[in-house]
Write a protein that binds this ligand. Structure first.
Ligand SMILES: Cc1cc2nc3c(=O)[nH]c(=O)nc-3n(C[C@H](O)[C@H](O)[C@H](O)COP(=O)(O)O)c2cc1C
Length: 253
């Protein structure tokens, strides 16, 4: 059902959202939505959120028998009463979620980590050791906004997840913090959080993002991905590099 409105609110250099993970459920997605998507050049990942370990396991089992390329485990959504960040803030619980899903699917499991986590490197280590094939870094930061006329919170859920350019420095730092353990286990990082330009993508790559994601930027410009790719190509050509991978993890420090 999702949360009561308002669910989104623009903030300086970003936005707050508290959608509440509204969706028709995993069975409906697999039976009625995935068959109608153009599988081929475009690959689709499922983003999975459960309210219990059993539910996470069931979601993995249902998506296992579907055309999605990978399952991203959402243990970092701050906008739901159960599940989400309630699992992700505790490294032991986070690992239990991965352990519950791992036997149910052969698909790659990508664990999406929260920047609100006290020790993101420890959570990364534990979810990797529990069987995660990749890390997604980061989900949104918790924030709020106030309507000064009504003196009420703007967001129906009171708090929301902050995303967009405002969180880019946090995303880069969290990638830096998880990079060592990920590299040790040869686990890729999907970096995201505030990326809106080719230069941003290059910063993410240098810091250690094996792949990059864009969310909020698409609200400003639905054609952003092509522009980011063009800027990336120009940079690689200027620096005599043949691929994005040559840039990954080349931070000089
Ligand atoms: C409107 C909105 C809805 C989102 N829904 C989800 C979700 O269902 N699951 C999830 O893991 N992350 C969700 N996110 C978080 C994004 O995937 C991303 O991690 C975060 O917004 C940071 O990237 P960005 O600054 O490029 O948006 C959502 C973000 C926004 C703005």
């Amino acid at each position: 059902m999702g949360n009561a409105p308002h669910r989104v609110y623009e903030t300086p250099s970003g936005m707050l959202n508290a959608i509440g993970l509204q969706n028709p459920g995993v069975k409906h997605v697999v039976e009625n939505i995935l068959p109608n998507l153009p599988h081929g050049e475009t690959q689709f990942w499922a983003n999975a959120n459960g309210t219990s370990l059993a539910e996470y396991a069931e979601i993995a089992a249902v998506f296992d028998n579907s055309p999605v390329t990978a399952i991203e485990i959402n243990i970092s959504c701050p906008n739901v009463k159960e599940g989400g960040v309630h699992f992700g803030n505790d490294p032991v619980m986070a690992a239990k979620v991965v352990e519950a899903m791992r036997p149910m699917t052969k698909k790659p499991l990508i664990t999406k980590l929260s920047p609100n986590n006290a020790d993101i490197a420890e959570t990364a280590r534990m979810v990797i050791e529990a069987g995660s094939d990749g890390l997604s870094v980061i989900n949104t930061l918790v924030g709020m906004a106030v309507d000064i006329e009504t003196r009420k919170p703007v967001i129906g859920n009171i708090s929301g997840g902050l995303s967009g350019p405002a969180i880019k420095p946090v995303a880069l730092w969290k990638i830096r913090q998880t990079r060592t353990v990920a590299a040790k286990h040869n686990i890729p990082i999907l970096g995201q959080g505030g990326l809106t330009t080719g230069a941003d993508a290059i910063e993410f790559a240098i810091t250690g993002s094996d792949a990059i994601g864009i969310g909020t930027g698409l609200f400003y410009d639905p054609l952003l991905c092509g522009k980011v790719l063009d800027e990336l190509r120009d940079y690689l050509t200027r620096h005599n590099m043949k691929s994005y991978q040559e840039l990954v993890g080349t931070l000089q420090s």
